[in-house]
Design a protein around this ligand. Structure first.
Ligand code: ADP
Ligand code: MG
Length: 229
């Protein structure tokens, strides 16, 4: 679906002819050193950045060139590396901000999703009073409000304590089991190893390697570019 995508910022080529093929019902990892183009690739897929070359297709349709809200409505949801919740709204309200239309149905869905990550107890708590990890779970469940088919997670495990991390990993696996596709940027190799079926490695904007996490971890070029630092 990502086909030889190039994204430049002035003289920097942040993403250089990267292709990713994603199958439904799988969890993919996107790894690489800082500055290797991971977030930029997410921004290209979600329409925040316009690609300079290449194509992005989703469900048979070209989506490069579409606006972020159009891509979102086609069924691609994402979280951000820097957390984006509304601290002055409750956890529940943070999920309700994305809804249009049937409020009762949205509320039921929001409550179900908070239960999905075991945060139902904190539904009425202001998001600003939640721990960092709890806020990340709120952001994660908000992405699920519209039932996206492809979910992009930018460093979901960073700064999340072990208990909450287990809730998150469990939730991601359940999504996969229900046929959703997940692409996640993650530095914690234990998380990547435990979750992902296929890992893509970026280095200086280029795809350096692709394969099962066990194979990727022993790839010499990957070790040099990433693990060896
Ligand atoms: P990663 O997420 O892998 O750490 P990024 O995608 O954030 O990497 O960045 C890739 C490269 O693109 C870096 O050199 C970064 O400085 C550059 N870059 C990213 N976004 C912008 C932008 N909006 N303007 C200029 N340069 C950018
Ligand atoms: Mg990043």
């Amino acid at each position: 679906m990502v086909d030889r995508v190039v994204k430049r910022f002035g003289g920097i080529t942040a993403v250089n002819k990267v292709s990713l093929s994603l199958e439904a019902g799988r969890i993919y990892g996107l790894i690489g050193p800082n500055g290797s183009g991971k977030t930029t690739l997410f921004n290209c897929i979600t329409g925040i950045d316009q690609v300079d070359e290449g194509q992005i297709r989703f469900k048979g349709q070209r989506i490069d060139g579409l606006k972020p809200h159009q891509i979102f409505h086609l069924g691609i949801g994402r979280t951000f590396q820097v957390i984006r919740v509304f601290p002055e709204l409750t956890a529940l309200e943070n999920l309700l901000v994305v809804t249009t239309g049937d409020f009762a149905a949205a509320r039921a869905r929001a409550e179900e999703l908070l239960g999905f990550v075991k945060l139902e107890r904190l539904a009425g708590e202001y998001a600003g009073n939640l721990s960092y990890g709890q806020q990340k779970l709120v952001e994660f469940t908000r992405v699920l409000m519209t039932d996206p088919e492809l979910i992009l997670l930018d460093e979901p495990a960073a700064g999340v304590n072990r208990t909450l991390l287990n809730e998150l990993l469990e939730a991601v696996r359940k999504l996969r089991d229900s046929g959703k596709t997940v692409l996640l940027v993650e530095h914690d190799m234990k998380v990547v190893m435990g979750l992902c079926e296929t890992v893509f490695v970026l280095d200086h904007g280029e795809k350096l390697a692709e394969g099962p996490p066990g194979v990727i971890q022993t790839d010499e070029r990957v070790i040099e570019a990433y693990f060896g630092r």
